[in-house]
Design a protein around this ligand. Structure first.
Ligand SMILES: [Zn+2]
Ligand SMILES: [Zn+2]
Ligand SMILES: [Zn+2]
Length: 338
């Protein structure tokens, strides 16, 4: 599929069309029609179809390029360059009436609203080599961080906007621990350690958004079934994702006690997931930070102040020109890597 050395276009879209009262997803590539209702089921149906195209047009990882950049980065505000591995990203457009699947780098995917990185599914293209294989010795925590960052990006698009911080923290655990059929078992100890035991209202929140089926909370472990096909059939395998889920419980270098309020734990998790020791290190778009933690800008600023007050951060400030949050750790030197 390479044309005269030009990069291959890897963008596929479906549009929601009403048809005799039953809305259907119409593919702009093959004109297939798939019946669809709204919300999660439209997302699942769109992804299922678009993933078939991605699979049919499979391309080795090293030939995949950021399609957002190829379009002049018009899908998101501001552009500071592509970064991170290229993955399939699913974007909801026109208020849920169009869906786009495209090869997108981590930086562009994070900057684009209503976009979820589709965890390299088996439905999708051939897997790119694991970061450890590509970059030499494994840096402890680096893959877990990447995985959790992708999951937070996915959840920001998949969950209703006003989903609480506690529900988002729980969703991270469910989505990372799920098997290929969308089932996850959460031991009682895990929920206790997160201070989420018996919190029915949090499960109700996630079930209300049709993201999971309301589980029987009397059973131990609690058995969860996810309803969003985007979260199913993920690569890497479950052991690697469970390691990421464990990391998310103690996200170095911003680990807060489990007794801290969920909103504070969530924003610390987002910062830790985007933490690197290189020069882009402690900078994150305010827009990305607010979207991934599900807060307003003002709430985000207050939570960052609280992170300073509890000495998780030494300081933070907002760069008004670039609209970035710049933050400093108290003692980065002794903190774990990357
Ligand atoms: Zn099609
Ligand atoms: Zn871009
Ligand atoms: Zn890019």
């Amino acid at each position: 599929m390479r044309l005269g050395g030009a990069a291959v276009r890897r963008i596929w879209t479906v549009e929601l069309h009403p048809r005799a009262g039953v809305p259907s997803l119409v593919c702009t590539q093959c004109t297939a029609r798939t019946p669809a209702c709204g919300g999660v089921s439209a997302r699942s149906a769109a992804l299922a179809h678009l993933a078939c195209h991605a699979q049919a047009d499979a391309l080795p990882g090293h030939l995949r390029t950021c399609q957002c950049q190829a379009q002049g980065c018009r899908w998101h505000p501001r552009h500071r360059g592509c970064a991170g591995p290229v993955r399939l990203a699913l974007t909801q457009g026109r208020g849920g009436r169009a869906w786009r699947l495209a090869d997108t780098c981590t930086a562009c995917a994070a900057a684009t609203s209503h976009t979820a990185v589709v965890p390299d599914t088996q439905l999708g293209s051939p897997r790119s080599p694991a970061p450890s294989a590509a970059r030499g010795p494994r840096r402890p925590g680096a893959e877990e961080r990447l995985r959790v960052g992708e999951m937070l990006t996915y959840l920001a698009a998949a969950l209703p906007q006003f989903t609480s911080a506690a529900a988002r923290l729980l969703a991270v655990q469910c989505a990372l621990r799920t098997d290929a059929c969308g089932r996850a078992r959460l031991p009682a100890g895990l929920l206790r350690s997160m201070r989420l035991s018996g919190r029915r209202e949090i499960w109700e929140e996630l079930a209300h958004g049709a993201w999971l089926q309301y589980p029987d909370l009397r059973s131990t472990p609690v058995e969860v079934r996810l309803l969003d096909a985007t979260a199913l059939d993920q690569a890497p395998g479950r052991p690697a994702r469970c390691r990421a889920a464990d990391w998310a419980l103690r996200p170095v270098p911003l680990f807060l006690p489990a007794t801290s309020p969920p909103a504070l734990r969530l924003i610390a998790l987002v910062l830790a997931a985007y933490y690197t020791s290189d020069r882009v290190a402690r900078r994150l778009d305010m827009e990305v930070l607010t979207r991934l933690s599900g807060h307003s800008r003002q709430q985000t600023a207050e939570l960052l102040d609280r992170l300073v007050a509890v000495r998780a951060l030494a300081a933070w400030r907002q760069d008004r020109d670039t609209d970035e949050v710049l933050w400093e750790l108290l003692a980065p030197q002794h903190m774990d890597e990357t």
